[in-house]
Write a protein that binds this ligand. Structure first.
Ligand SMILES: Nc1ncnc2c1ncn2[C@@H]1O[C@H](COP(=O)(O)OP(=O)(O)OP(=O)(O)O)[C@@H](O)[C@H]1O
Ligand SMILES: O=P(O)(O)OC[C@H]1O[C@H](OP(=O)(O)OP(=O)(O)O)[C@H](O)[C@@H]1O
Length: 212
């Protein structure tokens, strides 16, 4: 059988993704070292693992540089890549929320600015709510923006709520619920049918066993 290449994101989804890969038969020891390597190969499992930035995962999969990827639903809906969404992996659960310092209703404020990593989902949400705002795109630590007066509100991910709380911010409205998804390149799905199905089936059992 041919090799499968899977893009796995650094950060919040990495630990659980390594558990999934281990279950599928990939030896993750090489990934757990302090190595600077970017591609990890298991010749027995016939799997190559590429560790990338979260937002880059769909890019590698859409272009066929990777057959499979693991990425948050938030990123799929923000980027709308041309990939197949195969499976909800049920970890990396969080919500996209409108949050801020003030408890005022943003609908009744003028000239508000909303900082976010998710301009498309934010713009869709704000227009549905009838809120007129300027969106400011940032790449990380979104919670800083209202603290420094860069924006009035933010749209960011919330899991435990700890980051908001420690920065004196509160949720105004949660509007999108996310978890990690297994995605595939549509051509790889057809061309590497046998190994793709085997990977998918093992991943499905991994999810089922953990949700019991
Ligand atoms: N606190 C959290 N708890 C659980 N899942 C989370 C949490 N924060 C984010 N996620 C999920 O994990 C994904 C990766 O988030 P993470 O914060 O690790 O990466 P990032 O910093 O946004 O990515 P990049 O490195 O590309 O900027 C998110 O897209 C989301 O689906
Ligand atoms: O509700 P909590 O449990 O506090 O989690 C929410 C935080 O987690 C994510 O950031 P992360 O810590 O991954 O860093 P980032 O801002 O660099 O993405 C997210 O962007 C929030 O800041």
């Amino acid at each position: 059988m041919e090799y499968l290449t899977i893009a796995v994101p650094k950060g919040n989804l990495l630990d659980e993704s390594l558990k999934l890969l281990e279950y599928i038969g990939f030896n993750t020891n090489q990934l757990r070292d302090e190595s600077r390597k970017l591609i990890f190969t298991d010749t027995k499992a016939k799997i190559k693992v590429v560790v990338t930035r979260n937002f880059d995962v769909p890019v590698y999969v859409e272009h066929g540089a990777c057959d499979l990827g693991i990425v948050g639903k938030d990123i799929i809906d923000e980027m709308r890549p041309d990939v197949m969404e195969l499976l909800d992996l049920k970890y990396g659960r969080c919500f996209l929320c409108l949050a801020g310092r003030e408890k005022n209703d943003p609908k009744f404020s003028n000239n508000i600015r909303v900082a976010t990593k998710y301009p498309n989902l934010t713009s869709y949400f704000l227009s549905k709510e009838g809120i007129r705002a300027r969106i400011i795109k940032l790449h990380g630590n979104i919670e800083l923006a209202p603290l420094l007066g860069l924006s009035t509100y933010i749209v960011d991910l919330v899991a435990t709520g700890r980051t908001l709380k420690e920065n004196n911010l509160s949720i105004i409205k949660p509007f999108f619920s996310s978890s990690a998804r297994l995605i595939a390149n549509p051509f790889s799905w057809k061309l590497k049918r046998e190994s793709m199905l085997e990977f998918f089936e093992k991943a499905r059992i991994f999810v089922d066993e953990r949700s019991r």
